[in-house]
Design a protein around this ligand. Structure first.
Ligand code: TYD
Ligand code: MG
Length: 445
C-alpha cells in the first residue's frame, strides 16, 4: 500500500508538534495556535548554497541610519540598519506610540519620507498627537488601517516603517482573529519580508502579556533582528529603553527618557536620578556606582535596622534581591562580628533602581553595617566591590568608568578591592581593602 504522508500540527507559540489538531495547544495551553505544516520563517539567509569562506564574503558594514535621537541610537548600536526589523514591547500607556511618532517626525526631517501604519488609532488622533509633539511633517505618511497587505503597498520609497501594533493588524488568508498567534506571525512575516525587500528599517509595536512577554507566538522574537523593551514605573515620569536582543549591537545599553507634556525627552545626566542627596549622612545609607550598558549611575542603598520582635528577624528588600540581604547579614555576623541577627532589616534602593550587579555588594554590606551600628557613612564615599562568603572583597568590571563618574559628581573617596589592577591614576582617593572587615574598619568600626 502506498505510504500516505501524515500531516503534523505545530504550535506557533511554543513549537510543540502533534499528530492531530486541537483548539488549544496541549503543551503550552495557548488557544488557536496549532497550525498544519508550518512554513519556514523569513530570514536574511535565503536558499541553501555551497559553503563560502567568511573571509571571501566581502561585505562592508551597512550604513547606519540615525533615529534622530542620540539616546535611541545608542540603544540600537549606532542607528537603524536598512532592512533591520525591531520589535518594541511595553505596557499599555508607557509611551511606545509617542516614542515612535517622535522618531518618525525626526526621521522625516532628516532621512526622508517615513510610513507610520496604525491599526489602533485614527489619523485624526495621530495628527493631533503629532501636532502636540511638534513633529508635523509633509514627509510623515500615515496609514490607519488593519489590512496589513494593503497598508504595506505604501512602503516603496519610504526610509522608515512603523507598524503600531502587530496585534492590531490583520493578514488576509490566515485564519483567526487579529492578535491570535497565527495572525501575529503572519503579520510580522509580511512586515519583515517587505522591510528586507525594500531595505527599510522597521519597528513593530508588540503588546505584552501579564507575564511581561510579547503577546503572540514565541517565534516572533526569533523572527526579528532585535527586541526593544520600553518600561517604567507608574509613579515615575522616567522611561527606560533597552534592547533584549540586538543582531546589530550590544544588548547592554540603556536609554533613559522623561515623559513630559511635549513628549519624551532624553535624560542627559542619569546619575542624579537615583541619588537622594539629602539622605547622605543618615546611618544605613551607602553609595555605589552602578553601570547600565555604558551608562554609569550613582546608586544609593538605604537600609534600616530595627530591633526584632520575631523569632526569625525579617529581611525586606526593594531594588536588591532579599537573598543577598540574608547572605550578607550572615557574612557580616561571621566575618566582622556585626550582629545582624537581632534586627529586622529593610533595604531600599533610591529611585526604584534595580541593583543586580555584584559590584554593589560592598555598598550593600556597608549600608547594613552602618544601619545595625547606627553610625553614618561619609556622604562623599562610594563602595565598589564584590563580596564573597569568606568576607573577601573582589574586583569589579569597568572600575575606571565608575571612578570617573564618582569623581565627576564630587565624591572624594572610593573603597575598592586590593586586587584591583589597572585603575590607572584614580581621579579620587582610593582605599584598597582585601576583606569586608578592612573596609568597615576604614569607615565605621
Ligand atoms: P502612548 O504613546 O499612547 O502609549 P502606548 O503606545 O505605549 O500605549 O502614551 C500614552 C501616555 O503618554 C498617555 O497616558 C499620556 C502620555 N503622554 C504624555 O504624558 N505626554 C505626551 O506628549 C504624550 C503624547 C503622551
Ligand atoms: Mg500605542
Amino acid at each position: 500500500m502506498a505510504k500516505t504522508e501524515t500531516a503534523r500540527y505545530f504550535c506557533s507559540a511554543c513549537g510543540a508538534s502533534s499528530a492531530s489538531w486541537a483548539g488549544r495547544c496541549p503543551s503550552c495551553g495557548e488557544w488557536g495556535s496549532l497550525e498544519k505544516n508550518v512554513p519556514a520563517a523569513a530570514s536574511a539567509a535565503g536558499p541553501c548554497k555551497a559553503p563560502q569562506s567568511v573571509k571571501a564574503t566581502d561585505v562592508l558594514p551597512p550604513e547606519r541610519i540615525s533615529s534622530g535621537s542620540e539616546e535611541f541610537d545608542r540603544v540600537l548600536g549606532g542607528g537603524w540598519i536598512p532592512g533591520g526589523v525591531f520589535l518594541l514591547g511595553g505596557q499599555p500607556g508607557i509611551g511606545k506610540s509617542t516614542l515612535l511618532l517622535q522618531t518618525c517626525g525626526r526621521m522625516a526631517g532628516n532621512a526622508g519620507p517615513v510610513l507610520y501604519i496604525s491599526g489602533e488609532e485614527s489619523s485624526a488622533q495621530i495628527a493631533l498627537r503629532a501636532r502636540r509633539l511638534g513633529v508635523l511633517s509633509e514627509q510623515l505618511h500615515l496609514v490607519c488601517a488593519n489590512d496589513m497587505a494593503g497598508a504595506l503597498e505604501s512602503l516603496p520609497g519610504k526610509k522608515f516603517l512603523v507598524v503600531d501594533s502587530v496585534q492590531a493588524m490583520r493578514a488576509d488568508g490566515e485564519g483567526g482573529w487579529p492578535g491570535s498567534p497565527a495572525q501575529v506571525r503572519a503579520v510580522a512575516q509580511m512586515c519583515i519580508t517587505a522591510a528586507k525587500e525594500h531595505s527599510v528599517p522597521a519597528v513593530l509595536v508588540g503588546h505584552i502579556t501579564k507575564e511581561g512577554r510579547i503577546a503572540g507566538p514565541m517565534l516572533l522574537e526569533h523572527m526579528v533582528d532585535g527586541v526593544l523593551t520600553f518600561s517604567g514605573e507608574d509613579y515615575s515620569p522616567y522611561r527606560m529603553l533597552r534592547a533584549g536582543k540586538n543582531r546589530f549591537g550590544s544588548t547592554e545599553e540603556l536609554g533613559v527618557f522623561e515623559m513630559t507634556e511635549t513628549g519624551l525627552v532624553p535624560v542627559g545626566d542619569v546619575s542624579g536620578l537615583y541619588w537622594n542627596k539629602a539622605a547622605e549622612t543618615v546611618p544605613g545609607v551607602a553609595m555605589t556606582v552602578a553601570v547600565e550598558g555604558s551608562l554609569p549611575l550613582i546608586a544609593e542603598i538605604q537600609s534600616l535596622a530595627s530591633a526584632t520582635t520575631f523569632p526569625y528577624p525579617k529581611r525586606t528588600g526593594r531594588g536588591v534581591d532579599v537573598n543577598k540581604i540574608q547572605l550578607f547579614s550572615a557574612v557580616l555576623d561571621k566575618r566582622c562580628g556585626i550582629g545582624c541577627g537581632l534586627f529586622d532589616i529593610y533595604v531600599n534602593v533610591a529611585g526604584g533602581l534595580l541593583l543586580r550587579e555584584p559590584a554593589a555588594d560592598l555598598a550593600l554590606c556597608a549600608a547594613l553595617a552602618s544601619a545595625v551600628r547606627d553610625v553614618p557613612l561619609s556622604g562623599k564615599c562610594v563602595f565598589l566591590g564584590e563580596v564573597g562568603l569568606a568576607g573577601e572583597v573582589r574586583p569589579v568590571v569597568r572600575l575606571s568608568r565608575r571612578l570617573q563618574e564618582a569623581a565627576r559628581l564630587g565624591f572624594k573617596q572610593a573603597i575598592i578591592s586590593a586586587r584591583e589592577e589597572g585603575a590607572g591614576k584614580p581621579p579620587l582617593e582610593v582605599v584598597r581593602v582585601s576583606t569586608l572587615e578592612d573596609a568597615l574598619k576604614a569607615v565605621i568600626l
